[in-house]
Design a binder for this molecule. Structure first.
Ligand code: PEP
Ligand code: MG
Length: 582
């Protein structure tokens, strides 16, 4: 038995056979080819090379059209590399003279060159090395098929172990067969982690290198409560986990009975609990838990899920489906938040080529540079808003000018719909995410121009502390309890109160019942939480008074390091709702 510790990102325990994906997602057979098969193997390599070139060309055209010629040029460089006769001659020579399989020959040649460049220790050459690795992956995909499709093609239950899963890969996991997953990299509030929660899959990320120690089919336990991956567990451990599972099920049954009850403090103050969703199908769960509406619909998964750009009608239907589940209740649709780690396959190279995608062209910045894409979505939102209490929210707003620009475009789109005689709601409430420190600092100014704020703590923590939310190497610095983050939240709540705009928190902080009293005590009366956490947060709300929450928030100001505040909050939670302390 081997126990590895990682970061717990989605609760629950899964036990079953492992499905292991290698760090590149490929298993390269070090196969020799028969002498008489050499010609056909060379042909196979040439065909794969040609397919790769055509694929790169397509991405080049797409990127140039969507994002401008500068981005198209990235693919042009890849295309040149693929066409480099020196590389293909070298590969063919290995197939012909040493009888290597095309897969092995490609890997060997491209990796050798890539490593030579990497060893030069220069950033420019390191990037060129990445281009070579990229070409290797592309060629292997054409030679071997789609190894990353494996998790989608499962036909029996398994635990997925991978070096990394992108948000779009996670969104496409087959829930019938994937019982849970664990990755070597990844951080606490990464989008992959959030998706694990949305899909209800126990998940542990940031485990570090461990795949080499697991064989496919070996029994593994993923403990998403304590952040453990247990490889080949002994009988005693299996029995312990079976007991814990039974206990957890009984707590879940008890929490379920809270569904129809209000999220009300002991002294009768209602805290509106909304759901955060990534997929329209999640609304049923939110309704069952008694959510007051949807406080955050992450619409980018319409892109990541299907692999191609959704039409206006597809957007519209998805939004109407969500609105129908909550008649007369608010549904906040956030416009596309693509970029950083969330991107469809067609944008992969463009985003990854950006030296720092988290600070680059993502989210509202990306949509403001892609007006046709943005306007398609805005039209659908405005149309759907005539069918229910739909509100619109812009993500990652960092300056007032950006916000104004987005609002102008919205007004433009509304005018177009008016002229076309299409039913829509021109007076849709407009809100913004407060998730960049600049927006929190200028909250008073922003509050004059929006109807509501939603505090996105996932990014706010990342940008305030300068800590990549998806990087396990710095995850010890990433904390909702950091005093700097708490202070910013207080400032935003105070500005919202001064300007009478509503304010909620929709980052993962609000889904963690450790922080419920603190947030309520800071003055928040609306929280938007992941569907799996609604009942726990409701239980926390129902076990405190407003006076207690205020007292906790006031004492919290004393702490100047996150660790002390967290342990104080844990102590308080175990006083008023011990069953919620994990
Ligand atoms: C956030 O940043 O807190 C947030 C809710 O947005 P996302 O997690 O989608 O970046
Ligand atoms: Mg965010």
């Amino acid at each position: 038995m081997e126990i590895r510790r990682g970061i717990a990102v989605s609760p629950g325990v899964a036990m079953g056979p492992a499905l292991v994906l290698g760090s590149e997602g490929f298993r390269v057979p070090k196969r020799m080819v028969q002498v008489d098969a050499v010609d056909s193997e060379v042909q196979r390599f040439r065909a794969a090379l040609e397919e790769s070139v055509q694929e790169i060309l397509l991405h080049e055209q797409l990127a140039a059209a969507r994002l401008g010629p500068h981005y198209g040029a990235i693919f042009a460089a890849h295309r040149e590399l693929a066409r480099d006769p020196k590389l293909s001659t070298e590969i063919e020579r290995l197939i012909r003279e040493r009888n290597f399989s095309p897969e092995f020959a490609c890997s060997r040649v491209l990796r050798q060159h890539a490593r030579t460049l990497q060893n030069l220790g220069d950033r420019y050459f390191a990037e060129r090395a990445n281009d070579l690795f990229d070409l290797e992956k592309r060629l292997l995909r054409h030679l071997l098929g789609e190894p990353r499709e494996e998790p989608m093609q499962l036909n029996q239950p398994a635990l997925l172990l991978a070096h990394n899963l992108t948000p779009s890969e996670t969104a496409n996991l087959d829930r019938r067969f994937v019982l849970g997953f664990s990755t070597e990299i990844g951080g606490k509030s990464s989008h992959t982690a959030i998706l694990a929660g949305a899909l209800g899959l126990p998940a542990v990320v940031g485990v570090g290198p461990f795949l080499a120690n697991v064989a496919g089919g070996e029994t593994v336990i993923i403990d998403g409560n304590d952040g453990l991956v247990i490889i080949d567990p002994d009988e005693e451990t299996v029995a312990r986990y079976r007991d814990a599972d039974a206990r957890q099920k009984s707590v879940a049954i008890r929490l379920k009975s809270l569904g129809p009850l209000k999220a009300e403090t002991l002294d009768g103050v209602e805290i509106k609990l909304f759901g955060n969703i990534e997929f329209p199908s999640e609304v049923d769960h939110c309704v069952q838990c008694g959510a007051a509406g949807i406080g955050l619909y992450r619409t980018e998964f319409l892109y990541l899920d299907g692999g191609c750009e959704p039409t206006e009608q597809q957007h519209y239907e998805a939004y109407c489906r969500v609105a129908r589940a909550f008649p007369g209740r608010p549904v906040v649709i956030r416009t596309l938040d693509l970029g950083a780690e969330k991107f469809p396959d067609s944008m992969q190279q463009v985003i990854e080529a950006s030296p720092n995608p988290t600070l680059g062209l993502r989210s509202l910045r990306l949509t403001l540079q892609n007006l046709p894409m943005f306007k398609t979505q805005l039209r659908a939102i405005l149309r759907a808003a005539s069918q229910g209490d739909i509100r619109i929210m812009f993500p990652l707003v960092s300056t007032l000018l950006e916000l104004r620009q987005a609002k102008w475009i919205l007004a433009d789109v509304s005018e177009d719909l008016q002229e076309e005689g299409i039913e829509h709601n021109p007076r849709i409430p407009v809100g913004m995410m407060v998730e960049v420190p600049s927006a929190a600092i200028l909250a008073d100014e922003f509050a004059r121009e929006v109807d509501f704020f939603s505090i996105g703590t996932n990014d706010l923590i990342q940008y305030t502390l300068g800590v990549d939310r998806a990087n396990p190497a710095v995850s010890h610095l990433y904390s909702s309890a950091d005093p700097s983050v708490c202070r910013l939240i207080r400032q935003v709540v105070a500005a919202a109160e001064r300007h009478r705009v509503s304010v909620s928190v929709c980052g993962q902080m609000s889904s963690d019942c450790l922080f419920t009293a603190l947030l309520v005590g800071m003055g928040l009366r609306e929280l938007s939480v992941s569907p799996n956490s609604i009942l726990e947060v409701k239980q926390a709300v129902r076990s405190m008074t407003i006076a207690q929450a205020r007292e906790i928030a006031s004492r919290a100001e004393i702490f100047d390091v996150s660790r002390d505040l967290e342990s104080y909050l844990r102590g308080e939670l175990s006083r008023f709702s011990p069953e919620l302390v994990h």
